[in-house]
Ligand binder design. Structure first.
Ligand code: THU
Length: 130
């Protein structure tokens, strides 16, 4: 999939967002090491805490289907500014692919790409454990 196709897929996934509380729709498309693509959207909850971001939805779908390596993820929102992944999603990305690219897509389809190493320096990982 080209970067344009990946971004379009993420933008299309905003339609699937379940965001009745924030009304902030997010779509994601993660490209795995083998080239396959998994999609996700944010899924909110009346209790707020159980809310799952679009990025984690896509990554957890991929992991549950046997993928553990990711090249890049496109994240699309409805704003003109670029929506950066939250800290929890950065931690989840770093668990599997600390060197992956994060492509943020705004409502106009413009993109900004940042490597996870610069988005999430000095993270907690398995080498931090006893
Ligand atoms: N959200 C995402 O899905 N991804 C992000 O990168 C930022 C935030 C969602 C969570 C919640 O449903 C809504 O956006 C507002 O925070």
């Amino acid at each position: 999939m080209t970067i344009e196709e990946l971004c379009k897929t993420a933008m299309d996934m905003r339609e699937m967002a379940y965001a009745p509380y924030s009304h902030f729709r997010v779509g994601a498309a993660v490209e795995c090491g083998d080239g396959t693509v998994f999609t996700g959207c944010n899924i909110e909850n009346a209790a707020y805490g159980p809310t799952n971001c679009a990025e984690r939805t896509a990554i957890f779908k991929a992991v549950s289907e046997g993928r553990r390596s990711f090249r890049r993820i496109a994240v699309a929102s409805d704003t003109e500014s670029f929506t950066a992944p939250c800290g929890v999603c950065r931690q989840v990305m770093a668990e599997f692919s600390p060197d992956m690219d994060v492509i943020m897509v705004n409502c106009k389809g413009e993109t900004k790409t940042v490597n996870l190493r610069s988005l999430f320096p000095f993270g907690f990982d398995s080498s931090s454990l006893l």
